[in-house]
Design a protein around this ligand. Structure first.
Ligand code: ADP
Length: 522
């Protein structure tokens, strides 16, 4: 059978899924490029972090030097400022001022650590400064051009923790050559702690590891000293060029981070694809179900019309015949009346089924429960249908256990359920004329079964016969009349009674429908 609706929904789904799948594939093939791009972004971020640490240290240094640059014009005030600077900054040990020949103008500071008040040390510093005459000259030349660049001398032979940083601060007198050079004695470790590390800690959001390394490769500071790291970004400190500042990402590398990012994105896309795919499958299933239901409904309308037309035609025909008074024989007349009655009862059953079904669908069906003795109820129900069965030539084998306990049920509803089963057994008996009805107690349940030796039901159909409107095969070619509502009603009635319905059937061998009620009821 062709299913155009499925073809259309398939096409629609493809239109939905295709752009997303194309995008996913594009992302997959471009993943190397994306990784490189993400790495580049992170690289820049690390660079920026090193830059801002360097910039901050430099600013600090610049602030110190600007505070002392006015020495020539306001010597007393500047000296006071220098004393204050020394008091406030632990890393600044001392400050000296040199004239353009490198001779000391004055010196202030906590020098006891370096010089130990001994002349020899002072002399050594002086000798060192003299050694750098050439660089000092160049520094002065650049200062004239307006470019202040410090010269950092380490005083390893006196104290390895101290650097002397020389910088031209002001021209002395009229000659451009006469520059005053400031010398700042810096305690490197204190500077690292108070300025560099503090700045880094301020920037770090917990995802970075930072370290400072000396020229000899010795690590002077490491924010995560427990593990050894290969740092991804390194820069020389502008203010102390023999130190390297280094940074890396915590717990990962740039490469693996960018890889993770891309993998996460791809996984996310795949999940969306999958969800969309599942959604489409569910949608198609629902569309197919809805279409099937619509088809069954239209079959139902055809069936009901057919079901109504036949008994009405029969009733009319027999009534007319009787009215004309042509039938003389009393026997025949009685048969005609009985047929009219039978057809009326068939019609009322049909109408009842339809009305009940519509009540169930609109949730307005009400049940009245009462305690019922099943054997009495069953005998009573059978006595009403007996005549109908006899007429059709059926032999009814009834096996009722009179000892079964009572159940709580809606009498009308269970009668309707049972007669639906019995009617089906009659309808689908084929050539067989035997029906068996049993009532017994099985464990904690009351079991009522209706068995026939008729056409039987294929296993594949057995799953569907309890659905509304479902009829085995096409109803229009069916020579047995029906609406496809009977069993769905029975199933509903059993659910309301907290019981169940089961079927055992074999094609060509017959079927047994069983109703199970809980003893004592709901
Ligand atoms: P209807 O009998 O009006 O078609 P039902 O809901 O009562 O609707 O039954 C659904 C279908 O189940 C029937 O069309 C028939 O194909 C199948 N069926 C029900 N009872 C029997 C039975 N005793 N033997 C064989 N087939 C049956």
């Amino acid at each position: 059978m062709k299913r155009p609706h499925l073809k259309f929904s398939g096409l629609g789904s493809l239109v939905l899924l295709l752009p997303l799948m194309t995008y996913t594939l594009y992302q997959w093939f471009e993943r190397d490029k994306d990784e490189a791009f993400i790495q580049q972004i992170y690289n820049r971020q690390l660079d920026t972090i090193l830059f801002s640490v360097n910039q901050y240290s430099w600013n600090k240094f610049e602030f110190w030097t600007s505070a002392i640059s006015d020495i020539h014009h306001a010597p007393d005030e500047t000296r006071k400022r220098i004393v204050n600077l020394l008091k406030q900054n632990r890393s600044l040990i001392g400050i000296c001022m040199l004239d353009s020949n490198g001779s000391r103008i004055f010196e202030v500071g906590r020098f006891s650590r370096i010089f130990a008040k001994n002349e020899e040390a002072t002399e050594k510093v002086r000798e060192k400064i003299l050694l750098y005459q050439h660089q000092l000259k160049r520094m002065k030349r650049r200062a004239i051009e307006g470019y202040m660049r410090p010269l950092s001398l380490n005083l390893d032979d006196l104290d390895p923790s101290i650097d002397l940083i020389l910088i031209p601060v002001a021209s002395a007198g009229d000659s451009a050559e006469n520059w005053i050079i400031a010398g700042l004695y810096l305690d490197k470790f204190q500077f690292i702690q108070d300025i560099v590390v503090r700045k880094f800690t301020e920037i770090n959001d917990g995802n970075l590891i930072f370290a400072i390394q000396s020229q000899t490769g010795k690590i002077l500071y490491n924010s995560d000293s427990e593990t050894e790291h290969a740092f991804e970004k390194t820069d020389t400190m502008w203010i102390l060029p023999d130190l390297q500042i280094m940074v890396k990402l915590k717990g990962t590398t740039l490469q693996s981070l960018s890889k993770q990012r891309i993998q996460k994105n791809l996984l996310f896309l795949l999940i969306i694809n999958l969800l969309l795919g599942i959604g489409i499958v569910i949608l198609m299933q629902n569309v197919s179900k809805a279409v099937k239901l619509a088809r069954m409904k239209s079959d139902f309308v055809a069936n009901v019309s057919h079901e109504l037309r036949t008994p009405l035609a029969l009733i009319r025909m027999y009534a007319e015949t009787l009215e004309m008074g042509r039938i003389r024989s009393k026997e025949k007349q009685k048969r005609y009346y009985q047929t009219i009655m039978n057809e009326c009862s068939r019609l009322s059953k049909l109408v009842n089924n339809i009305l009940d079904f519509s009540k169930i669908e609109s949730h307005s069906k009400k049940y009245v429960f009462q305690m019922i003795q099943p054997d009495l109820w069953l005998r009573e129900t059978l006595s009403v249908t007996q005549f109908h069965l006899d007429q059709k030539g059926f032999a009814l084998d009834v096996r009722i256990d009179a000892q079964v306990p009572r159940i709580k049920a809606d009498r009308e509803a269970i009668t309707q359920a049972f007669t639906n089963l019995l009617d089906n057994a009659v309808k689908f008996s084929g050539d067989s004329r035997n029906i068996q009805v049993c009532l017994e107690k099985v464990n904690t349940e009351i079991h009522i079964s209706v068995r026939d030796w008729g056409v039987g039901i294929e296993p594949a159909d057995q799953k569907h016969i309890f659905q509304k409107f479902y009829r085995v095969g096409s109803s229009l070619i069916h020579d047995v009349k029906g609406t496809g509502l009977g069993l769905s009603l029975v199933k509903h009635i059993m659910q309301v009674h907290h019981g169940r319905i089961e079927v055992k059937s074999e094609l060509g061998q017959g079927s047994t429908f069983s109703l199970f009620f809980p003893i004592g009821g709901i």
